[in-house]
Design a protein around this ligand. Sequence first.
Ligand SMILES: Cc1cc2nc3c(=O)[nH]c(=O)nc-3n(C[C@H](O)[C@H](O)[C@H](O)COP(=O)(O)OP(=O)(O)OC[C@H]3O[C@@H](n4cnc5c(N)ncnc54)[C@H](O)[C@@H]3O)c2cc1C
Length: 495
Amino acid sequence: MTAENETERSGFSRRAALGGAVAGAAGIAAGGVAGASGSVGVAARKRKTDVVVVGAGLAGLSAARAIEKAGRTVVVLEARDRVGGRTLNEKIGKGEVVEIGGQWVGPGQTHVLDLIDQLGLETFDTYVDGKSIYYRDGTLTEYEGIIPPVSGPVLIEILNVLGDMNAKAAAVPVEAPWTAPQAVEWDSVTLAGYLDDFGLSPEARDVIDLAITSVFAVEPRDTSLLFLALYTAMAGADFNNLINTTDGAQEKRIVGGSQRISLELAKRLGGAVKLSRPVKSIGTSGGRVAVRAGDDTWSAKRVIVTVPPALIGGIRFNPPLPASKAQLDQRFPMGTVIKCMAVYDSPFWRDDGLNGMTTSDTGPVKLTYDNSPPDGDPGVLLGFIEGQDARELLEASEAERKAAVVECFVRYFGSKAESAMTGYVEKSWAADPWSRGCYGGVMPPGAIVGYPGAVRRPAGHIHWAGTETATEWGGYMDGAIQSGQRAAAEVLAKL
Ligand SMILES: Cc1cc2nc3c(=O)[nH]c(=O)nc-3n(C[C@H](O)[C@H](O)[C@H](O)COP(=O)(O)OP(=O)(O)OC[C@H]3O[C@@H](n4cnc5c(N)ncnc54)[C@H](O)[C@@H]3O)c2cc1C
């Protein structure tokens, strides 16, 4: 289908979409969100550009910036009425925001740290001064440093597993994990199965299970050992880099909130970023690609799709995507996270010598952090509900979830966590039709070795980006940027 043909047909298809015809199918599959631009019966608009980027998250905006800098024309089509994708600032009063999506950056994340620098943004340290809380079997223990107060033998068990995970990560090539010497073996077992073989004590197992769920937002039964090894390899082959605050992925935050990265990028891209344009179809013919969003059809030489694999099925491709890519996308589901924050006039837990961090065996909130702005005004407690705990609350009302979260905060920080609360914000990412889950896509057994290379291999003139396609810090903001820059380089080499 050429861009011209698609344009000619689109006035009709747009009308037919109301009755559920082809042009509307993508929006429905992606969550029932109708195209926001234009109105029924309005003649389609036909535009030309060198490159269309689908999605204005960090991957899409990074790709677009690189393309524009290289002197090529680019258009970014974004389904939502905002930029930032899985990063989102929420106002909490006193001129401050909290992030209800991705927020932390850490050492080794050079793509995001460089970009923060280039955009003139600043970072500040996550609050870690004081004691953390370890809650197990109904007993709360305060402790200093980064090692939870488990017994010596339990600590040895945990370190033994972490060491084994790191050794496996070191054996996985990030560009081609299916070529790791034991790839098939490791992609044949879930993390739960892998951990079972260690015969761990209940406490060691709980701590490791929680660490895994905190990284992937799924249960250890949901993902493969090879995926864990790949994920860890992309983060410097040390699982501690993924879970640590100081010296790890949770070390720093961005002043004014992480969405500022996308807002600043979009500002520099100006009119190239088109909001409320859910892409419904991508057709390739005669060496050009026609990308349809609402009443607009963009004709481009190349397209970069940054939509998470789990949502790609919501776009209709003509010709259809290669079978390997389509099947891989069916095996790359999103994790489940509800990110919840309570707001207080001040971070009262600091007065008690606490840093706001909790590790707990009792949900639904098993991890907490101090998420106050740099000056601690107001105070913000952050709680994560992840994996199965989150799945069980997906259909709960916000009031029910809030009550469950506050109960956890009171358990860890006392009655003031309820009585002094001045505000509450949360986001259930699985409910969002343009993400359908978070933090990112997670692969079950068989997916990596089953479809070697399919995750990044271009389909004709269609290229793939998004944090799920990264080779460094995949799943993170850094990975999103790295993937966008890689896809842009791929496209520029072809133009
Ligand atoms: C609660 C939470 C906490 C997190 N914590 C951290 C953290 O602390 N540190 C960290 O580094 N990372 C974190 N992450 C992950 C991080 O936010 C993501 O890895 C990153 O933002 C992904 O960027 P992306 O551009 O690849 O994808 P997205 O941000 O998902 O961008 C894809 C874009 O495509 C758009 N789109 C979808 N379908 C269509 C369509 N059909 N047409 C047009 N547009 C479409 C979407 O609206 C979206 O804007 C967290 C994520 C969440 C949700």
